[in-house]
Write a protein that binds this ligand. Structure first.
Ligand code: AN7
Length: 346
């Protein structure tokens, strides 16, 4: 399968030329459940090449950067942008420079960026500080392309998520639910629905309670949540996100870290493993149902990143569930386990 540039070339509007692609996009839209007159669909963005939705925007941003003569790319990141930038820069055979907040990027995302050869800088401070510093320092360097979602080509690439939803359902859904950090993705989906179908579904942007500037209506100087991907207090694209929510009569909602963990577990027990930031969207959906705000039709939840991106949270599950069995105990232990399975199965 080709990547998003090839699939939606005329909609993206890049000039002709070589695409830097890893065959991203075309991710599954899983029919998860029916609630009354509503059908719940999950868009599994964790199945992109680096395990998150960032690849849709990165293929377009890196392709454009190269076409414009850039010799390297740079980004600030809570992890997924760094992993994606590193992979697409490696594909283009140019350097990637990434700047991340201290102590908050998961080991798995750090590993990805380093495996792809990124130059890695960890700063004292949070994501908002990192993005500010990076934006300041690239201003006068023409050969260095900024590939955060403040780059309009990132947004254009991420619009393809909305195109795919419309293509798969045959029309736009009634509502879209997704996690919000820097607010690039919600802005991209809104723009994608408007451009591709002329209709904007109700947009529900979900934030972690400790990092919820769009719910609270002001910047958060020290955002805090275990969903490290969306630990962002000053979203760069807040204006377009607010416009999308207001225009569609959607809402910004916040969910607690406990809600996020419960949602992550509920999805995992249905066969779908996502990282905490993505589980926040599902926690938001559960809140909407509780408040009787699911009014029928197709509801799409965008699950932005794979569960294997963040091993820190499920460690507790592993510790609670693994016991080493000696050879002598094996027969009896297996018998017990089969007994439990038999009980559950009947
Ligand atoms: C899994 O990687 O900001 O609202 O630097 O990794 O478009 O920022 C990641 C964000 C949701 C929020 N889900 O999207 C970064 C970064 C996951 C994410 C978001 C992110 P935006």
């Amino acid at each position: 399968m080709s990547g998003v540039i090839e699939r939606y070339h005329s909609w993206i509007g890049l000039p002709e030329g070589r695409a830097i692609s890893l065959s991203e996009g075309s991710t599954p839209l899983v029919h998860w459940d029916s609630w009354g007159h509503s059908n719940i669909f999950l868009k599994l963005e964790g199945l992109n090449p680096t395990g998150s939705f960032k690849d849709r925007g990165m293929t377009v941003a890196v392709t454009n950067a190269l076409a414009e003569g850039a010799k390297a790319v740079i980004c600030a990141s809570t992890g997924n942008t760094a992993a994606s930038a590193a992979a697409y820069a490696a594909r283009a055979r140019i350097p990637a420079l990434v700047v991340v907040p201290q102590g908050r990027v998961t080991k798995e995302k750090t590993l990805q960026a380093l495996a792809h050869g990124a130059r890695f800088l960890t700063i004292e401070g949070n994501f908002d500080d990192a993005l500010h510093a990076v934006r300041q320092s690239v201003q006068s360097i023409p050969w260095l392309a900024l590939v955060n979602s403040v780059n309009p080509w990132r947004i254009r690439g991420q619009e393809t998520g909305a195109y795919e939803v419309v293509d798969e359902l045959g029309r736009p859904p009634e509502a879209l639910v997704l996690p919000v950090g820097n607010a690039g993705n919600i802005s991209a989906y809104a723009q994608g629905f408007r451009r591709y179908s002329g209709i904007l579904p109700k947009m529900f942007g979900i934030q972690a309670a400790g990092a919820s500037p769009l719910v609270q209506g002001h910047d958060i100087p020290n955002p805090e949540t275990l969903a490290s991907a969306i630990r962002i207090g000053k979203p760069a694209s807040s204006a377009s996100a607010k416009e999308a929510v207001a225009q569609s009569q959607g809402a910004f909602l916040s969910v607690s870290d406990e809600d996020i963990l419960a949602a992550q577990k509920e999805l995992a027990h249905g066969g779908i493993f996502v990282e905490p930031a993505s589980a926040a969207a599902y926690a938001g959906l559960l809140r909407l149902r509780q408040d009787n705000r699911i009014a029928g039709g197709n509801i799409v939840v965008v699950l932005t990143g794979h569960g294997l991106k963040d091993g820190s949270t499920p460690n507790a599950w592993i510790d609670a569930s693994t016991r080493l069995i000696s050879a002598g105990e094996l027969g009896e232990a297996l018998h017990d386990m089969i007994g439990v399975a038999q009980h559950v199965a009947h």
